[in-house]
Design a binder for this molecule. Structure first.
Ligand code: F6P
Length: 364
């Protein structure tokens, strides 16, 4: 008698980021080679579940993708089975299509659905789990703002790209004696700005967790000028805001579960700095560049580890959990604890303390 092979499926949700394909590869190869499982790839995140878009992945599909950016499965930042947006000519209509999604998943006869995503994707995954779908989560986001894990894959790559940008900005800032502002992504958290700001030697680092005072920034720039440093580098998170002021909203994506897209605070700050100091200022927005290209070696290793650990959770039937990292050890974190809002930087974070001790200004 032949035993029926167990079958798992995988989806990637939310924004793409370096390292997703490395996770897909790790999950699929371990499931195929060690556990003799069949692996299905769901296309375009939750859109693929609602519309039954999937394909069987074979070994060659997941071989040679370790260093590849993006996701071979495609993804979606808008599809939510519980509030699925349908575009009409003049408006959007929202429908709860979760019953269809759940039926489609049940028809696949899955041992488990592995969801690779950030808080939005894993929040939906938790709802599906409560509705009877066996789920294991893998933490993905360049923003590093996911609860339950010290680090997400994609973050190191984004920090590396942002730092490269800051390094290049230094030469033009120094040559032309300008203030250069580099705006980086991170949503409502300042992790990318803090880490790349410190790694790139930013003189002023502005993060959402510490609202800034323009007078403090102007003082810092003038103080540097007096010391003969006729340029300054400001690294600002897209979610940063002035004390008592507002965040800069770039657009509202109505059909998205998390509709607010941030961006542009660097330009607002640039005008204010020029006014307060009289010094020429330019702003560069790194934006989506931070999500592109090949993952760093650190992210490749993290993605490989997280992917293989996710298969262990599947094997142990530990459904409703995400694989995370706490103090350098792998942990299984209940999905319900992950979907509780963003993980912000604590104000007593050692890197903030270290940077302050070197004279870095946080705008406060
Ligand atoms: O969550 C990842 C992220 O890149 C954030 O840093 C950023 O705020 C957002 O996605 C941008 O979204 P979009 O790709 O829809 O412009």
């Amino acid at each position: 008698m032949t035993m029926k092979r167990k079958r798992i499926a995988m989806l990637t949700g939310g924004g793409d980021c370096p390292g997703i394909n490395a996770v897909i590869r790790a999950v699929a190869k371990k499931a195929m080679l060690e556990k003799e499982m069949e692996v299905i790839g769901i296309e375009d995140g939750y859109h693929g579940i609602v519309n039954n878009l999937h394909r069987t992945l074979n070994y060659n599909d997941v071989s040679g993708i370790l260093t590849l950016g993006g996701t071979i499965l495609g993804t979606s930042k808008t599809a939510n089975p519980y509030r699925y947006a349908i575009k009409k000519i003049d408006r959007l209509e929202f429908k709860d299509l979760s019953k269809i999604a759940i039926k489609n998943l049940k028809d696949l006869n899955l041992e488990c659905l592995v969801c690779i995503g950030g808080d939005g994707t894993l929040g939906i995954a938790y709802r599906l789990f409560k509705d009877g779908i066996p789920i294991v989560g893998v933490p993905k986001t360049i923003d590093n703002d996911l609860r339950g894990t010290d680090i997400t894959f994609g973050f190191d790559s984004a920090v590396s790209i942002a730092t490269g940008g800051i390094d290049r900005i230094h030469t033009t800032a120094e040559s032309l004696h300008r203030i250069m502002i580099v705006e980086v992504m991170g949503h409502t958290a300042g992790w990318i700005a803090l880490y790349s700001g410190v790694a790139g030697g930013g003189d002023i680092i502005l993060i959402p967790e510490i609202p800034y005072d323009i007078h403090r920034i102007a003082e810092k720039v003038k103080e540097r000028n007096k010391k003969g440093k006729r340029f300054s580098i400001v690294v600002i998170a897209e979610g940063a805001k002035p004390k008592g002021g507002d965040i800069a909203i770039q657009r509202i994506v109505e059909e998205s579960p998390d509709p607010v897209r941030l961006g542009g605070i660097g330009f607002v700050l640039g005008k204010h700095i020029e006014k307060a100091t009289g010094l020429e200022t330019r702003t560069v927005v790194m934006g989506h560049l931070l999500r592109g290209g090949t993952p760093t070696p650190f992210d490749r290793i993290l993605a490989t580890n997280l992917g293989t650990k996710a298969v262990d959770l599947v094997q142990d039937k530990k459904f409703g959990y995400m694989v995370g990292i706490k103090e350098n050890s792998f942990v299984a974190v209940p999905l319900k604890d992950v979907a509780k809002g963003p993980k912000l930087i604590p104000l007593n974070h050692p890197l903030i303390k270290a940077a302050r001790s070197l004279g870095t200004c946080f705008g406060d």
